[in-house]
Design a binder for this molecule. Sequence first.
Ligand code: KIV
Length: 278
Amino acid sequence: MKNTVTTLQEQKLNNDKITMLTAYDYSTAKLIDEAGINTILVGDSLGMVMLGYEDTLSVTMEDMIHHSAAVARGAKNAFIVTDMPFMSYQTSVYDAVTNAGRLMKEGRANAVKLEGGLSVCPQIKAIVDASIPVVAHLGLTPQSVNAFGGFKVQGKDTQAAKRIIEEAKAVETAGACMVVLECVPAKLASYITKQLSIPTIGIGAGNGCDGQVLVYQDMLAMYADMSPKFVKHFGQIGTAMKQAFADYIEATKSGAFPAPEHTFAISDEVMQEITENE
Ligand code: KIV
């Protein structure tokens, strides 16, 4: 069954945790979808885990559209949320609606995600008015890494915590259908989850949120450039991949690969005719 804004909202009401993982390509999206995920995030984290940038700031609209469309071809049932990249919505409400429209039309997303609270509420409202579902993102918002002075936990003191609560209520009022809470204290995330009628999706925000999201390369131990405290490895796929690559190199060098079963045959008569006529 296809997941939609309505089914995700029902999950919150029924206390049924919402599952979200990132994906950036067709094959991975297909595997994640077939495993039964509720939603796939085509995150701008692709700048780091797929393209090797040190942060998400260099990611372009073209990058997001390209990867979102690939994910959409692979995922049948997951609700696809695609990130609006840095400076595709902060600049104006017009840019925000135009670029959100491109992610839907060309990237085949089901919703767009953007970072920030009060300062982007006019953008959220305008995108929602254009019938495009919006997922908000509060707490550690990676596009603001330079303003934050690094990837740090947010909302630890009274003033900062109150600000996140205020922003969560504001994005809900502006029309957001979900909100990602990244790197905020677990008790604060639980409190916000109870205050809101829309689902909260946590990453580094404890288990009191309505759902959880992880970057798939993080949960499969495939990306070691950064290892945040909130990541749990659900498989050692990075190690398994490296071993398989090494096995392939060895088998190729030794001639063990390809074996007869990987090879196409030709009859001896045909070979004889060819060599005789040379
Ligand atoms: O880009 C991304 O993957 C994200 C998650 C970390 C929530 O925004």
